[in-house]
Design a protein around this ligand. Sequence first.
Ligand code: FES
Length: 102
Amino acid sequence: MIKVIVQDPNWTEIGSFEAEKWKTITDLAQKYDVEIPFSCGGWACGLCLCEIVEWKELVNGSFLQNPLMELHENEVLTCISAVKDEYFEKEWDYTIMLKRRF
Ligand code: FES
């Protein structure tokens, strides 16, 4: 199982959900009622930007397309990011920790 925990900009945990193959992090957050702000739904506004605090290597930040804005090394736009397919085949459990920018 791959769990995603979301924190607000003040490091307070606001919710979590289980990752699903081929689903963006923003789509899953909406499905499980975990608030990650978004607007454009596709790499332009930056509202969905999160810092990956733990397990960045599990996240494909260009799952739908390449981001058009400059991002720091641990940042992703969650509207175009998803957990990498290969990690769903592993037997281990992971907990990805995200911190919202906004
Ligand atoms: S929702 Fe605008 S960049 Fe993700």
